[in-house]
Design a protein around this ligand. Structure first.
Ligand SMILES: Cc1cc2nc3c(=O)[nH]c(=O)nc-3n(C[C@H](O)[C@H](O)[C@H](O)COP(=O)(O)OP(=O)(O)OC[C@H]3O[C@@H](n4cnc5c(N)ncnc54)[C@H](O)[C@@H]3O)c2cc1C
Length: 548
């Protein structure tokens, strides 16, 4: 054990920092959307999710991945997924912070915006446990269309207690829910679903069915119940399928195996079979797709929020590392070309934060006609564009850490975790093309062009490139793009709305650099190609995590 060398020039980890305090972009976006928002809970959560203890849980939950137990030692089926205690510790915090269904139950002002910011902060700790959290948040608008089930289940879905036991709903202190749409033969085109449901009487939860079929992707199978799609005599219908039936017996849901995934390791995603399982109708029979899309809209919001959170985490790690690491005589962050990369990432991160939180706030103002159009328009736009930028962003943030960024080291490699997680938000809940095509459907809604013009109006006259885009965009929206043009249109709507938001929330250095690069063409195909004259120091300074 001879000491061959001294270890130096290796950065200290980013630990025990308040992630809310250090996130100026988030705080500015919250102030813009809801100036009187009570940020104390977010400040508290920021400290929790930035703590070394919670980081340890995030690491352990990803290293000790979920294990499926199909049978017990007596040969009986049990269909249980076992998790490391750290997974449960993360769930306790996420549910305790109200990131699941609490927004629907507590009557605080701006609940969706508040919860969105919390969800984004939590993503910086661990994104995979947020899958069941997101689905439990998202289910309420769809579930309300079976008022009897909703009445029985909403206290558990909004409770801030996490209860992982498999028991009858009324005996539990907290409930979670998932969704089952995707089958082997088709995920985007769910009309191809073959799972079928036969009427089997009715009770106080309404029309009951017996369901037989499968789901090819069924995440968080240990949730207490699921909304699923199945074919009935009237067509594809949305059904409520609990794991434990009202008489206390297990429902006929069998977990075949867990998916071996690229990332999202702490979360269990499964393949399941329903063999004469019992389920109840939610909404109108034969109208299952719009019914379950009321849930899908909310999870798509969470994809945009989650990616924005991961971007912020990647950026913070890159800034933290390059500030400490020296090369060629000075800190990396002092090297002009590295400044260009970091500032460019900071612009992308702030724009994503602004757009995702703007979208989240539209759900708080659901009675306002303009906000209704914004929800419909910006959900596919934000899901498409922010998630599409995520993987590229993660690769570049990783590269700022050099070789250390690529190393897993038993789960310590947070950058590697971010990189593996990033593509997921783009694929699930409607992959990129499906989002762009959904935008075309959104345009059919009356007044979309006028609403978009109204949304962009506050930034008029502030940058020639934004003016140019804003002038033409409502016309392109009105004329309705073809399918071939849908991605480009989604990109342009996203960039215009992001720029208009930055005009109102960010310092001029951020706004003008964003417009010069993304709208005026003074940019290349990779991050780090901002033009000369951009105030990179001001942009980097604003993005620094608080400990710096
Ligand atoms: C980790 C993970 C967890 C998941 N969890 C769940 C879950 O809990 N519940 C659930 O229901 N699903 C879940 N999914 C499934 C996910 O939502 C689907 O994989 C996704 O919707 C895409 O469907 P698909 O895989 O069948 O791909 P396909 O539908 O075959 O699509 C493949 C590609 O074709 C594109 N495409 C499809 N149609 C068109 C078109 N008309 N024009 C142009 N391009 C098109 C798509 O954009 C996509 O890029 C999960 C997926 C993953 C990866």
């Amino acid at each position: 054990m001879s000491a061959s060398h001294e270890v130096f020039n290796q950065p200290l980890p980013l630990v025990d920092v308040n992630l809310f305090d250090g996130n100026r972009a988030m705080r500015a976006a919250l102030k813009f959307n809801a100036p009187s928002l009570d940020t104390a809970p977010l400040q508290k959560l920021g400290g929790t999710v930035g703590s070394g203890e919670m980081q340890m849980h995030a690491r352990l939950a990803n290293v000790h991945t979920p294990v499926l137990k199909t049978h017990n030692r007596f040969g009986e089926r049990v269909d249980l997924v076992e998790f490391h205690p750290s997974y449960h510790a993360l769930m306790v915090e996420a549910v305790g912070a109200g990131l699941h269904g609490a927004a629907w139950g507590e009557g605080a002002p701006n609940p969706h915006l508040q919860r969105a910011a919390g969800f984004m902060l939590f993503t910086e700790l661990e994104p995979s446990v947020l899958c069941p959290i997101s689905m439990s948040y998202a289910v309420t608008p769809a579930l309300k269309d079976n008022p009897a089930i909703h009445n029985d289940w909403s206290p558990g879905l909004t409770s801030r207690r996490y209860d992982p036991t498999l028991r009858l709903w009324r005996d539990k202190s907290g409930l979670t829910m998932g969704m089952g749409m995707t089958e082997k033969q088709g995920g985007s085109d769910v009309r191809a679903n073959t799972t079928h449901a036969e009427p089997a009487g009715s009770d106080n939860w309404g029309q009951r069915y017996t369901v037989t079929g499968h789901k090819w992707f069924f995440s968080a199978p240990m949730c207490d119940a699921f909304l699923i799609l199945a074919q009935t005599a009237s067509g594809l219908s949305c059904l409520f399928l609990p794991r434990v039936l009202p008489d206390g017996t297990r429902n006929q849901l069998f977990i075949q195996r867990l998916k071996d995934k690229l990332g999202n390791k702490a979360n269990a995603s499964s393949e399941v079979e329903f063999v004469n399982a019992t389920a109840w109708l939610v909404g109108e029979e034969g109208r299952g797709i719009p019914q379950i899309l009321a849930m899908g809209t909310m999870t798509r919001l969470d994809c945009a929020l989650g990616t924005s959170g991961l971007m912020r985490q990647g950026l913070s790690l890159a800034l933290h590392h390059t500030r400490q690491r020296k090369a060629f005589g000075k800190a990396l962050i002092e090297q002009p070309l590295m400044k260009n990369v970091l500032a460019d990432l900071a612009l992308e991160s702030e724009a994503a934060t602004a757009l995702a939180l703007r979208l989240a706030h539209s759900f708080d103002r659901a009675n306002d006609p303009h906000e209704q159009v914004m929800t419909r328009l910006l959900t596919p736009v934000a899901k498409f564009w922010i998630c599409k930028r995520g993987s590229h962003f993660a690769q570049e943030a990783m590269e700022c850490l050099g070789g250390n960024g690529y190393v897993e080291e038993g789960g310590e490699g947070v950058m590697a975790r971010i990189y593996r997680e990033m593509p997921l938000n783009s694929i699930w809940e409607g992959a990129g093309n499906i989002m762009a095509l959904d935008l075309l459907r959104a345009l059919r809604k009356a007044d979309t062009a006028a609403a978009l013009a109204h949304e962009l109006a506050p930034a008029r006259g502030m940058h020639p490139a934004l003016d140019h885009l804003a002038e033409r965009l409502p016309l392109r929206v009105e004329e309705m793009a073809t399918e071939m043009e849908a991605r480009r249109l989604a990109q342009d709507v996203a960039l215009a709305v992001q720029a208009a938001l930055l005009a109102q929330t960010a310092p001029s250095a951020v706004f003008s650099a964003f417009c010069d690069s993304r709208l005026a063409g003074q940019w290349g195909y990779s991050f780090g190609s901002l033009g000369a004259g951009v105030d990179v120091d001001a942009i980097i300074e604003r993005a620094m995590p608080s400990s710096e």
